[in-house]
Design a protein around this ligand. Structure first.
Ligand SMILES: CCCCCCCC/C=C\CCCCCCCC(=O)SCCNC(=O)CCNC(=O)[C@H](O)C(C)(C)COP(=O)(O)OP(=O)(O)OC[C@H]1O[C@@H](n2cnc3c(N)ncnc32)[C@H](O)[C@@H]1OP(=O)(O)O
Length: 128
């Protein structure tokens, strides 16, 4: 199970509402799960997003539970290329933490990255 997250090493930066997280990932062959050739399995991408969003909430704070994880797949993610996972808080209302996340992949131009996947999420901290 742990191998699903091999290479995942998020870094955190302070954000006005908490912390933002990012992790640059190059998947190992066993992580390159595809149903269609050349397109990384969306369910696996959602797993990675859930993980980084949860870590973003938890960093130096209490853990939180996923209430929703709305994920839009705008471009396919090549399984063997680099992917940049990102997560950041958008709004905090009491125990509710609204977050956004994205998966960026290299674009056509050098040094250009495009958002292949975007996620809107709500995480809820436990009642005190
Ligand atoms: C392929 C195999 C891989 C295996 C890998 C294994 C190893 C994995 C290792 C590492 C993985 C890393 C993965 C990290 C991910 C971790 C995070 C999770 O997975 S968490 C588990 C999933 N989520 C749940 O199980 C929550 C289920 N739901 C609940 O328990 C409750 O509904 C909960 C806690 C979310 C809220 O319940 P309340 O009782 O605390 O609070 P209430 O009063 O219901 O809601 C508070 C406010 O939030 C709103 N709210 C609640 N749910 C909402 C929703 N879905 N949409 C919109 N609003 C919602 C409510 O309307 C309310 O809003 P108002 O305060 O009135 O303004």
């Amino acid at each position: 199970m742990r191998s699903l997250f091999e290479g995942y090493r998020p870094t955190f930066k302070p954000h006005s509402l908490g912390y933002e997280a990012e992790s640059l990932l190059l998947l190992t062959p066993s992580q390159q799960m595809c149903y269609y050739d050349g397109k990384l399995f969306g369910g696996y991408i959602a797993l990675l997003m859930d993980r980084i969003l949860a870590d973003c909430c938890k960093h130096k704070d209490k853990p939180a539970f996923t209430a929703y994880l709305n994920t839009s797949f705008n471009h396919s993610v090549p399984p063997s290329g680099p992917m940049l996972l990102r997560a950041w808080p958008e709004k905090v209302e009491g125990r509710k933490v609204f977050l956004k996340g994205s998966v960026r992949i290299p674009g056509k131009e050098a040094h250009d990255w495009v958002d292949a996947v975007r996620t809107d999420a709500l995480f809820i901290r436990p009642k005190p």
